[in-house]
Every structure is written in C-alpha cells, then in structure tokens.
Design a protein around this ligand. Structure first.
Ligand code: B12
Length: 264
C-alpha cells in the first residue's frame, strides 16, 4: 500500500501488502513529533487526495486521454508536491497497470497511453524544476543516474532524478540504457560521488557486473555504485563494488542525500 501522511498530506512510502496499490493514511516522522507535543483531533484529511487518485485511476484504466493541464492544476490545488505526485500517485498506477497487463486484464494500448501521459508529465515537471533550480548550471554533478544497457524503463530513473532535485541534490540522469564502457568513461570524466544504475530485469545483471569491473579498474574515481529498479529483489548475488537497493523512494532520497553530503 502507498502510505500518505494524514496531517501534512505528503507521501511517506510503501508498506505491506506491497501488491496492494491503494492509498492509505499514516503519519510522517516530522508530524508525529509535532503531534506528540500538541493536542490532536483525528480526522481523515486524505480523502481529497484519495478522490483525485481514484479519478485518475478510473480514466487511465479505461484508456481515456487525461488532460495534463487539468491534472497538474488539480494536483497543485491539493498542494501535492511534484515528488509525491510521481511516487505516491503515478507509481502505484504504473505498478497496477503492469500487474493487470501481465494477467491479460489490460490491453497494451491502454498501458501505452498511460505511459505516454506519464512521459509528457515528466517533461513538464522537469522543465519547471530546471527553471527553479537552486544550484548553478555548471555545478559539480554529485549523482549520475542511468539505465542499464538494454533497459528502456526510464520512469524509475526520472522519478528518482526529480525527487533528488527537489531535495537539492545535484543530479544528472541518462536514459534509456547506454553500453557499460561508455557509461564507465563518462563516470571517469564526471567523477560523481554516487552512480545509480537502474535494472528492470535480471537479464541486465551481466551489464551491471561489467560496469562494476570497469569502475574498479579506474584509479581516479571511486563513486558509491548503487543498483536499483524493478529487477532488484531482496536476494541478489554479491557483486564486488555493487550496492543493491530494494527500499522505497523516500528512504533512497534520504540515503543518497546523506552520501553526497558526507562525501562533500
Ligand atoms: C511502463 C512500463 C513499460 C514501458 C516503459 C516506458 C518508460 N519510458 O519507462 C514500456 C512500454 C517501454 C515497457 C517495455 C517493456 N516492458 Co515494461 N513495464 C512497464 C510498467 C507497467 C511500469 C514500469 C514503471 O515505470 N514503474 C514505475 C517506476 C517508478 O517504478 P520502478 O521502475 O520500479 O522504479 C522504482 C524503483 O524500482 C526504484 N528504482 C528504479 N530505478 C532505480 C535505480 C537506482 C539506482 C535505485 C537505487 C532505485 C531505482 O525507484 C523507483 C521509484 O520508487 C511495469 C510494471 C511494473 N510493475 O513495474 C512493466 C514491466 C517492468 N515491464 C516488463 C517487461 C517484460 C517489458 C518488456 C520486455 C515487454 C516486451 N515484451 O517488450 C519491454 C522491455 C523494454 C526494455 N528493453 O526495457 C516486466 C518486467 C518483468 C521482469 N522484471 O522480469 C514488467 C514488470 C511488467 C510485467 N509484470 O511483466 N514497459
């Protein structure tokens, strides 16, 4: 389930059962601390966000065209932050669409139409972020994100990129996948503190191994090499120099932020 804070209406992260994509309420740590200190009357404040989610779900699952401008306007009027919109509204819908499609309960056109809508939204959100960017254009890039060679699933990497930007991390994302040797050369040139590669299927594991091998042969760079994505599960083979990540996007942003600050 996708848990949102009932007090400040921000997305917290996923909880069991993971296969249930509906929204549920919880309380984030920040609000918990505040509420503990004050008198708090419980009231379900998430209903407008749940209604918005239900409306988008209905339209997308019916294969209808969603008006992007109206969608963004409504999200803004509900005070939904861009990262929450991506991770807490679009992500559960994409997961559920994938599940229904794999069960033959949704056709490919419906899936493609929603993917197209998400691609267009990301383009808009991204250009808004770039306009408001708080770090200079030629600043050092602390984090490079990329898709593994052969991985065309770009949403995970773009969601992560935008969430990191929102958290003030200087990040560059490259997608779809690029060959391991070219990625390693680019990392050597850019010398980031963190390299994150997205793996959507186990078939991409040899590419990950190859990137790790090439990085270990470089004398001038030593990025923290993180690998995540749909293809990463709790049980992964140990690979020298690779750190697999299987948590949720909130934990991930916090973790990367700490890593880039520590290595400053
Ligand atoms: C949309 C989609 C597509 C779109 C992608 C559009 C795009 N521009 O991204 C298209 C139509 C292109 C596509 C194609 C294919 N797809 Co597809 N697709 C999906 C779908 C429905 C949603 C994926 C998505 O965007 N999820 C939302 C994002 C935000 O989630 P995410 O990628 O998991 O990312 C999160 C985390 O994993 C993590 N993360 C991601 N990257 C990284 C990187 C780092 C460093 C870290 C730390 C974390 C991290 O953070 C993200 C945010 O929380 C999934 C279903 C599903 N359950 O995911 C199938 C799915 C991933 N696809 C699948 C398949 C099989 C394919 C195809 C092979 C189909 C085919 N026969 O052609 C092709 C492969 C193309 C290729 N070469 O990659 C399978 C993969 C099964 C598997 N793992 O073995 C899935 C699971 C569907 C299914 N149930 O069968 N797909």
């Amino acid at each position: 389930m996708f848990r949102w804070c009932n007090v400040c209406q921000t997305f917290i992260g996923q909880i069991e059962p993971l296969e249930d994509f509906s929204l549920t309420h919880g309380i984030c740590q920040e609000c918990k601390d505040k509420v503990m200190k004050s008198h708090f009357e419980y009231e379900d404040t998430l209903q407008p966000i749940k209604d918005f989610f239900a409306k988008v779900q209905k339209l997308s699952f019916a294969g209808e065209t969603i008006n992007k401008r109206k969608f963004l306007k409504e999200a803004k009027s509900l005070n939904i932050k861009a990262s929450d919109l991506l991770a807490g509204i679009l992500q559960p819908l994409l997961y559920e669409i994938g599940r229904l499609y794999s069960l033959d309960q949704m056709d490919i056109i419906t899936e493609h139409k929603f993917s197209q809508f998400v691609t267009e939204l990301i383009t808009d959100i991204r250009s808004e972020f770039l306009d408001q960017s708080s770090y200079p254009e030629n600043a050092r890039v602390d984090v490079i994100l990329s898709c593994a060679n052969g991985n065309n699933h770009a949403f995970g990497v773009t969601f992560l990129e935008l969430c990191l930007r929102e958290a003030g991390v200087s990040v560059e994302a490259i997608y779809p996948g690029v060959p391991a040797d070219q990625l390693a050369d680019y990392v050597q040139f850019m010398n980031p503190k963190v390299l994150g590669v997205s793996m959507s299927m186990r078939e991409q594991l040899p590419e990950i191994k190859y990137v790790a091998k090439l990085l270990s042969g470089q004398e001038t760079t030593n990025p923290y090499f993180l690998v995540g994505g749909f293809g990463v599960t709790k049980e992964m083979p140990a690979i020298d120099g690779v750190h697999f990540f299987n948590g949720n996007i909130r934990e991930l942003v916090g973790f990367i932020k700490k890593k880039t600050l520590k290595a400053a």
